[in-house]
Design a protein around this ligand. Structure first.
Ligand SMILES: Nc1ncnc2c1ncn2[C@@H]1O[C@H](COP(=O)(O)OP(=O)(O)OP(=O)(O)O)[C@@H](O)[C@H]1O
Length: 335
């Protein structure tokens, strides 16, 4: 059975955010598999009945046009009750997609203006009923390249600014592990003063040790797992499945990651020697430190982040491996 662990500090902060008036878009970012979605889902589950969380998951869908996106944004409401009445009276918990009566669906998803007006009207009614809507958009970067007249992303940002800063109708959280996307959003002028960036990182080592103890691991086993995976929640959970061959599994995961990175580097060497040499220079800087400070995103950094080898934190201006496994693999490759 899945055991949600800790995140007490993050949960308390998120609660503080939603207890004040909606005023800003929260961008939740962090290295790969650090537990961003899990945290937001747990947070939504623990909310009191004063809140109505909507979860829009762009993760598992192929999105190649604005209409694909609009289809995912909404779900069909089949009940007899009016949409808002059903939400406010039946309190269905986390709502996946914004419900639209079947008869209205075509009109609503016909174009983004209708869709966005429907969202504003629905959220206004929910707000009027005394409840506070929370909109969670997971893997928002998937709409980055879509165009309507101009980029869809800007239309969407306008909507999200409208829902928060201007109308104070709903709290908005977006989640992404694409740090190049976050870097772009972070320097986006239209969001200055209208957005906040919230890092959800891997567990620190003490928390990881406690979590592994909860999962039934003992002294040496705990140190072995942490040496390989640091506090990456996905690996800590996975370790439970490999209790009988822990050492072999840890070594296997590291070998696989190392081979994959080597393979990618060889490709790059063939394609672009200049960027390859820069990439090797950057990787060497992790031999004696776990992160480096950066001032801009060079082609080598862009390549390493795109391959999910490194994680870029634009708020702190630092670059580091996606996790402990990547740090170990990098040190083996360039050491
Ligand atoms: N607080 C937690 N307690 C226990 N396990 C966790 C926790 N957070 C994350 N996990 C484990 O780590 C896995 C990955 O978490 P999750 O999918 O939330 O990460 P993410 O940061 O959203 O990933 P991505 O980088 O793909 O967006 C989960 O499936 C779960 O097994």
């Amino acid at each position: 059975m899945f055991m949600f662990y800790d995140r007490e500090k993050e949960l308390a902060l998120l609660r503080t955010f939603v207890e004040s008036e909606p005023n800003t878009i929260f961008f939740i970012y962090g290295p790969i598999n650090s537990g961003k979605t899990t945290l937001l889902m747990e947070f939504s589950r623990r909310l009191s009945e004063d809140f109505v969380p909507f979860y829009i998951n762009l993760r598992w869908h192929a999105i190649s046009s604005p209409s694909d996106f609009l289809n995912i944004l909404f779900s069909i409401h089949r009940g007899k009750k009016d949409v808002v009445k059903a939400i406010v009276e039946d309190l269905p918990g986390i709502i996946h997609g914004i419900p639209v009566p079947k008869a209205l669906l075509r009109e609503v998803i016909g174009n983004h203006e209708n869709a966005f007006s429907y969202i504003i009207e629905t959220l206004k009614k929910i707000r009027k009923s005394g409840k506070i809507p929370i909109l969670i958009l997971d893997e928002l970067q998937k709409v980055e390249d879509l165009k309507i007249n101009g980029p869809l992303l800007y239309e969407l940002f306008n909507l999200l600014v409208g829902l928060t800063k201007e109308l104070h109708l709903a709290h908005v959280f977006t989640i992404t592990s694409d740090s190049l996307f976050i870097e772009k959003v972070y320097s986006e002028a239209m969001l200055h003063g209208r957005a906040e960036f919230f890092l959800v990182d891997d567990f620190d080592e003490d928390t990881a040790r406690e979590f592994l103890e909860e999962l039934g691991f003992k002294g040496e086993e705990i140190e072995l797992v942490i040496r390989h995976f640091g506090g990456k929640p996905s690996y800590l959970t996975l370790a439970s499945l490999h209790k009988d061959n822990l050492e072999e599994w840890c070594r296997g995961e590291l070998d696989t990651r190392e081979n994959w990175i080597k393979f990618k580097l060889n490709d790059l060497k063939r394609e672009n020697g200049i960027i390859y040499r820069e990439v090797i220079r950057i990787l060497k800087s992790f031999m004696d430190s776990e992160f480096i400070k950066i001032e801009d995103v060079s082609p080598g950094i862009r390549w390493l982040v795109k391959q999910n080898i490194l994680f870029l934190d634009p708020k702190k201006g630092i670059l580091r491996p996606q996790g402990r496994l990547e740090l170990l693999a990098i040190r083996r490759i360039v050491g």
